[in-house]
Design a protein around this ligand. Structure first.
Ligand SMILES: *[C@@H]1O[C@H](CO)[C@@H](O)[C@H](O)[C@H]1NC(C)=O
Length: 204
C-alpha cells in the first residue's frame, strides 16, 4: 500500500516536473545570451527603453501593440519572458488571434475591456475587465480583446512566458495569405465570391 502510494506520488511529481520543463522556452546553460561577437555589456543591454515614448504619447487612432520581445530586446533571448503594451482607442478591437508559444497574462491599467477566448471544445469564456484586473489567456487558444466603450481608450500590459510568444492573426492567416480561394470556400462551406470579399477587406 505504502509502496503504491509512493510510486503514484513519484509518477505525479515527475509528470509535474515534465510539464514545468515543457511550459517555457528551452533552458539556456549560461546566465544570459549575448549576440554573436558582442563586446562585454553593461546594464544598458538589460534595459528596454522602447516603451518610454508611450508615457506622454497621445492615444493612437487604431489598436496598437508595442512589443518587447527578442526582436526589439535581445537580452530576452533564453529568458522565457516578454511584454506587450496594448492600446485600444474607443471602439477598437485586437482581432482574434493566438500565441503559439505562450499563455498571455493581461493586466488592464486604464479603461474597460471585453476579453474572451475559446477552448479546444469551442467553449467561449468572456469577461469585462476593470482597471486593475488581470486575465489569463491560455497558451495557443484563440482569443480577442475589445474596447466596447466608444468614447474612452483602454490600455493594458501583457506578460508572456516566452521571449517570443508569436502571434497568429486569424483574419490575416486565413484571408490575407496566399491560401487558394477554392480551399477557403470549401473550408468555410461558402463560395469564392464571399472569400474574395473577406480578402479584399484585409488588403493593406
Ligand atoms: C495584409 O497583408 C499585407 C501584406 O503583408 C499587410 O501590409 C497588411 O497590413 C495586412 N492587412 C492587415 C489588415 O493586417
Amino acid at each position: 500500500m505504502a509502496f503504491a502510494k509512493k510510486t503514484l506520488f513519484l509518477l505525479l511529481t515527475s509528470l509535474a516536473i515534465t510539464h514545468i520543463t515543457l511550459a517555457g522556452d528551452p533552458d539556456i546553460l549560461t546566465d544570459f545570451v549575448l549576440p554573436p561577437n558582442s563586446p562585454p555589456v553593461d546594464g544598458n543591454f538589460f534595459t528596454f527603453t522602447g516603451f518610454r515614448y508611450l508615457v506622454s504619447a497621445p492615444i493612437p487612432p487604431k489598436f496598437t501593440a508595442v512589443k518587447a520581445t527578442t526582436e526589439q530586446f535581445p537580452a530576452l533571448i533564453g529568458q522565457s519572458v516578454s511584454y506587450a503594451v496594448l492600446i485600444y482607442p474607443g471602439g477598437s478591437v485586437n482581432p482574434v488571434h493566438t500565441h503559439p508559444r505562450s499563455a498571455e497574462l493581461l493586466f488592464l491599467t486604464q479603461g474597460t475591456l471585453e476579453v474572451g477566448f475559446v477552448d479546444t471544445k469551442n467553449t467561449l469564456y468572456t469577461q469585462t475587465l476593470q482597471p486593475g484586473d488581470v486575465f489569463v489567456f491560455p497558451k495557443g487558444l484563440v482569443h480577442f480583446q475589445y474596447n466596447a466603450d466608444t468614447k474612452n481608450p483602454a490600455v493594458a500590459i501583457s506578460g508572456f512566458g516566452s521571449a517570443n510568444a508569436g502571434t497568429v492573426s486569424l483574419p490575416n492567416s486565413l484571408f490575407n495569405s496566399s491560401i487558394d480561394d477554392s480551399v477557403l470556400a470549401l473550408s468555410f462551406k461558402t463560395d469564392v465570391a464571399t472569400i474574395q470579399k473577406l480578402k479584399a477587406g484585409l488588403k493593406g
